[in-house]
Design a protein around this ligand. Sequence first.
Ligand code: SF4
Ligand code: SF4
Length: 427
Amino acid sequence: MKVGTFPGGLNLGSIASDTSTFHEVPSSGTVIIPLKQYSGKACEPAVKKKDEVKVGSIIGESTGNDDASVHATVSGVVTNIFKKYPDMKGGTVPAIEIESDSKNELDVTVFEGTDIELIQKAGVVDLDIDAVPLHSKIALAKEKSVNTLIVNGVDVESQFSSRAVLLSEYAGEIAAGIDIISKLLGVTSVHIGVIEKASSAISSISSACSTAQVVGLKDKHPQSLRELLVKAILGKEIPQGGIPEDIGVTVISAETALFVARAVNDKKPVIERFITVAGGGLSKSKNVLVRIGTPIKEVLDYCGVSVGGAGKVIIGGPMMGTAIHSTDMPITKETTGIFVQNENEIAEFPSGVCIKCGLCIDICPMKLMPFLISGLSEAGKYAMAEKNDIHGCNECGCCSYVCPVLIPMVHWIKFGKSEIRAQRSSE
Ligand code: SF4
Ligand code: SF4
């Protein structure tokens, strides 16, 4: 089998060969379901306070290309409609609170429509750095006449294994979803990228999906990012500031294909996530199936994780994730995994002055000058940071990881991007 890779990046010792199955987290007594779980605009609430809902009832309906429908994940009563509920990115989103009646009755309303309409009604989103409504991604790919589909079977962080296990255990449904997406796009070639160590995933998806070429990939962070999958699998570069669709390629994740099969073949909405819980406090990482809206603390309790006084909970993993201040926050369609650092693992360190060793440049998979764009952001020189392609940074964290004087480059780059966004929105 061909083994692909990309220049730069880090070998962090993947757990993708872990085959632990998914354990279902019990449904919560109260769920909080954000009306925006992707990049785009929030859905309007389709319910009001005191309404009764069932599992799968629409509580926020997609009306265009920049939103995705949202559904109840427990049966019960709507107890609150929040205009502003804290989200993982430090902002706020509208959200709906549902108190469960513990019956988990299913809404039997049957979705109808074309395949693309069913995908929109089911609220399928695709995950890369950000989540995007899948129906809008498919519309863009068709507009750009893509001819190649890459299915991302690589976990977003080396500490997670849920995507590899999903490929192994749900290969039939994922293959059915790939078939539907391929037909919608009219692509002529399909590739599935999987870390070469994940042998069970490779063997299951190779048997289930005869129309795709399964490509083994070297175990390197951040292999799961779309630009690097395109490079590793097709050997092609995406032009600076561009997207894969500009060169005729679209990338979707393995779980997206699974949810597409469920939306189109079973008329089922997206109400759950397959994620890994890893890090200190667990003797071994655990893969779980959890309903959207479940408070993170309930997932941690189920996994037997205790976060000590100064411990940290990082959503999305240690390299690219975001530390949250409250475990009351809910699981959303954007949650890829939970990484817990216990208080003994947290180190406070002073950073030094750049010694111009060049390690950050060598490691950067996007061929940037991390020390430069980070320094420009720290100095508030945002126009210069943009000229040096701050937006080309995928926030993989490799530069900060290797810096011998511990300069938190990715922190300053994220800060610079958020300042640029704030300036643009005030203009
Ligand atoms: S500059 Fe960005 S893309 Fe390059 S190594 Fe640092 S975080 Fe990764
Ligand atoms: S790795 Fe750190 S010390 Fe070396 S060039 Fe980059 S910022 Fe400077």
